[in-house]
Design a protein around this ligand. Structure first.
Ligand SMILES: [Zn+2]
Length: 278
């Protein structure tokens, strides 16, 4: 098996896996969406009763939305995750009490009229946990309304809830093989125009497959070609895989953690089999 990385940014990965099969690609897809952990807000405490500002003005601690909706929106905010530092809360040495090794605490204190954004979550402690996507709108407060919140983020996996899903939009498809019979091609170029992905191009009096990695096997070029000279087929064993992250983790880390999780699963299986009687 061979992996060729074609795109790797902090939040996006695309690569071609050769000498493989859909079963392996699907195992990788499942493991990066449901087994790689990340941090997300899981507990939100709302202050009740009046909130005073410095000048002695009283605000009511309410917002136009139910607390549950505000809490849900906060839980979907990408929280910077350091998998080397954090443990699962249930497996932490604090016995699930919550400590700096398993939780990140945020405070939010806003008074209306204003829009509350994800960036208003202030980490209690290390500033490196400040929310990077700081302009996600949470709720709009009107005059005399205020929010005072303490939110706790902890590790979880996509298996438990989508807010803990490390990889987003993970998917794969067969790599396309595009064959053009140049001898019979009349250079009508209708195939170049009809391709929705810009795969084909006319270069030096020849139609060429310039970006085969972009082909999604829609076969629009095959259908439009009157001369019938284009052949598009999937290459068995060659798969294009891609996924994104919400920024909590780097795409590269999600991929390496996913592959490690797969390895561990099979190690467990191997150990169990080795204990079987011969
Ligand atoms: Zn702990």
């Amino acid at each position: 098996m061979k992996i060729d990385i074609t795109e790797m940014t902090p939040t996006k990965a695309q690569f071609v896996i050769s000498d493989t099969n859909p079963a392996f690609a699907n195992a990788l897809r499942r493991v990066i969406t449901s087994d790689v952990p990340k941090m997300a807000i899981d507990n939100v405490e709302f202050h009740l009763g009046p909130i005073m500002d410095e000048k002695g003005q009283a605000f009511e601690s309410v917002s136009p939305m139910f607390d549950e909706v505000v809490a849900h929106r906060l839980s979907m905010v990408p929280v910077p995750t350091d998998l080397e530092t954090f443990n699962f809360r249930s497996k932490c040495s604090c016995n699930g009490e919550g400590c700096p090794s398993c939780t990140i605490m945020y405070s939010l204190n806003k008074k209306g009229p204003c829009t509350v954004y994800s960036g208003d979550l202030e980490p209690v402690g290390d500033a490196k946990f400040r929310i990077k996507d700081d302009l996600i709108p949470i709720v709009k407060l009107s005059d005399d309304q205020a929010l005072l919140i303490y939110a706790t983020a902890e590790l979880g996996t996509g298996k438990q809830h989508a807010k803990w899903q490390a990889a987003i939009g993970a998917g794969y498809r067969f790599f396309a093989k595009i064959e053009i019979d140049h001898a019979k091609c009349d250079l009508g170029s209708s195939c170049v125009k009809v391709c929705p992905k810009g795969v084909l191009a006319k270069e030096e009096k020849k139609i060429v497959a310039k970006h085969p990695e972009k082909c999604n096997l829609c076969r629009a070029c095959v259908e439009v070609c009157d001369a019938g000279v284009i052949k598009v087929s999937p290459i068995p064993g060659k798969i294009l895989f891609r996924f994104e992250t919400d920024g909590s983790l780097q795409a590269k880390e999600v991929l390496t953690r996913g592959l490690r999780a797969l390895e561990e699963k099979f190690d467990g299986l191997r150990e169990q089999i080795s204990t079987l009687e011969e």
